[in-house]
Write a protein that binds this ligand. Structure first.
Ligand code: G6P
Length: 608
């Protein structure tokens, strides 16, 4: 949700900033801008409504400067427009600011600045930062001090980068709630919202903590706190490959990430299965067997696909460990003054590790003394750091806004957790062995599903002609149906509704008819007969049916069917969702949608 990037060094900043912004476009893509400054000062600014590609066209060839900042926006305050795009300048056009986050007291600060005669050029909350920094940037005041003093007035979240044409030897960055990572190069430095913007140039990075600032110069950096105390930071090495940020021969990141799932699942499993005791080893839980045995309940929190993956996880935990488990949207959780129990294990799920609502839910649990584990993809992210322990997915970077491999790997991580919890309770060694074998076989099973892509693409093109689709499933199939509907909505804009198949007759059956096809998740489990009855009810009302299951039902019950290989029944949700990802992807392609950047969405939502 908004990406920021900064550069200072011997090279021309503009091409580096534009390249960095392109890598951050998943965070927002309604407008973009850059500001650069030469060694002797003089600020150049370009910002446009639209994509980074539009900005690149608008930047003239002679746009020289060796220090610069850039931004790609996902609008919160003010419509997407040239004026509301970042960077924002102060009245003297000396200071440029890019901001990711929300200034909660922006109205009050705006009124105060306006009363002192400040004229505003945009409707954004962020612009106040430029004027506030300018107000503190008196003669002889270092930019880092002006920024620090300005931020003392601010209530809210921010990742910011500030450029001052009067001090072109530095860029100042600060973090509170929105990520900032520094990249250390050879006589050059970078800063960005995410390592994605840096890995092309350096692997040495430093993650700022909340409440930390850094002054960044070509030859190094210095970090300090809001009250000007120096902090010591050790650089770490990023191990994600540059290629992770390319489409790798696929037309879209979404296609690439769907196809990466066999390898991603292998990485989630790597080193974690124990063939001796038929259990899972999870080194990062920070809970011993005795503490884990004392857990009476599991509460899983996440947003969007992370929440649906959590629903699949809750089911795995109940089935394998017989511990009551429940998933809830993290965005709702803290507003109902939740009861936090000492013997409940809280689990926060997040691909990005940045989602504000999920982070706030973690903070609420911890504030009340609860213990939280994170199931997170991004190492060192805010949510990972806010938790007491957890499981990293190791799925590799997920760039496309719609989550696919992170959903599957999250469900796999929950299967590992459920196995671990189960084997220190009543799950038998034989069942443990069975689940271990099922997990090991997943990558090959996923490959078999992906091999059906051509047929799924044909079906997607046919089904995408409808204005809407119903998704149904029961118990293990229910989170799969919800995530299937979510994928279709997100990337194709076809209306999709998910319902437990058992609930159809209590209302939504009224919608069923030739105009509204149903995608039914019907694994070969103990509910198959009941599911087939539902299909009969749909067909009797003229509704078209596409099933996803372990065999094709009788032609009287389904028009089309997708067959997935069998796994252990508890692991069914991990495979049944994959054809639905391909269905959504190809529906979006058939409809000519902007697959990786669906309208109105952003990948990591760092605002409430
Ligand atoms: C956004 C994205 C979704 C994602 C959700 C949670 O809404 O558009 O695709 O599932 O955030 O993201 P997280 O990074 O916390 O898993």
């Amino acid at each position: 949700m908004c990406g920021i990037v900064a550069y200072i060094g011997p090279k021309d900043a503009a091409p580096l900033l534009l390249e960095g912004l392109q890598r951050l476009e998943y965070r927002g893509y309604d407008s973009a801008g850059i500001a650069v400054c030469g060694r002797t000062g003089g600020l150049r600014l370009r910002k446009v409504k639209g994509r980074v590609a539009d900005l690149a066209e608008a930047v003239p060839a002679r746009f020289k400067g060796t220090a610069g900042i850039g931004h790609t926006r996902w609008a919160t305050h003010g419509v997407p427009s040239d004026a509301n795009a970042h960077p924002h300048l102060d009245a003297a056009q000396r200071i440029a600011v890019v901001h990711n986050g929300i200034i909660e007291n922006a109205d009050e600060l705006r009124a105060r600045l306006a009363a002192d005669g400040t004229a505003f050029a945009s409707e954004t909350d962020s612009e106040v930062l430029a004027h506030l920094v300018a107000a503190h940037a008196g003669e002889g005041v270092a930019l880092e001090d002006a920024v620090r003093q300005a931020l003392a007035h601010v209530v809210g979240t921010y990742g910011v980068a500030v450029l001052d044409s009067a001090q072109p030897d530095r860029v100042v960055v600060a973090r509170n709630g929105s990520p900032i990572v520094l990249g250390i190069g050879e006589k050059e430095m970078f800063a960005a919202s995410d390592v994605a913007a840096l890995v092309r140039y350096t692997r040495q990075v430093v993650h700022l903590d909340d409440g930390e600032l850094a002054v960044v110069r070509a030859d190094g950096f210095r970090t300090f706190t809001e009250d000007a105390r120096a902090t010591a930071k050790e650089p770490s090495t990023v191990d994600w490959e540059v290629g992770s940020y390319d489409t790798g021969g696929h037309e879209h990141f979404l296609a690439k990430e769907i196809h990466e799932q066999p390898d991603a699942v292998e990485r989630t499993l790597r080193g974690r299965l124990d063939d001796r005791f038929h259990t899972a080893h999870l080194g990062g839980l920070n809970l011993d067997a005795r503490e884990l045995r004392a857990i009476r309940r599991v509460k899983i929190l996440g947003c969007g696909s992370a929440y649906y993956a959590g629903e699949a996880g809750a089911q795995l935990i109940e089935e394998l460990a017989r511990v009551p488990a429940h998933a809830e949207p993290a965005s709702e959780f803290r507003y109902r003054n939740p009861v936090i129990e000492a013997d409940t294990l809280y689990v926060a799920v997040s691909q990005s590790g940045e989602t504000y609502d999920t982070l706030a839910a973690v903070q609420e649990v911890r504030r009340k003394g609860g213990r939280v584990l994170g199931v997170v993809n991004t190492v060192g992210s805010a949510i990972a750091r806010a938790c007491d322990g957890g499981i990293y997915l190791h799925a590799g970077p997920e760039v496309s806004v719609a989550s696919t491999k992170a959903f599957t790997c999250t469900a796999v991580a929950f299967a590992l957790l459920a196995l671990h919890l189960g084997r220190i309770r009543d799950l038998s060694p034989a069942d443990g062995r069975r689940i271990c074998a099922g997990l090991k076989a997943l990558p090959d099973r996923i490959r078999e599903i992906l091999a059906q892509e051509e047929r799924i693409a044909q079906l997607a093109a046919a089904y995408a002609k409808h204005d809407g689709m119903m998704f149904v499933g029961r118990v293990r199939g229910w989170p799969v149906a919800r995530e299937g509907a979510q994928k279709l909505k997100e990337v194709s804009y076809v209306h999709a509704e998910a319902y437990p198949a058992s609930e159809l007759k209590h209302g939504p059956l009224a919608l069923i008819g030739p105009g509204l096809p149903t995608v039914a998740v019907v694994p070969d489990d103990e509910l198959l007969d009941k599911n087939l009855t539902t299909l009969g009810e749909i067909r009797a009302r003229g509704g078209r049916v596409l099933t996803v299951g372990h065999r094709a039902p009788d032609a009287r019950l389904a028009d089309d069917s997708l067959v997935v290989p069998r796994s252990e029944p508890e692991l069914d949700p991990l495979l049944l969702g994959i054809p639905l990802q391909l269905l959504a992807y190809h529906a979006a392609v058939a409809l000519g949608r902007d697959v990786d950047r669906p309208r109105n969405l952003a990948k990591s939502v760092t605002v409430e």
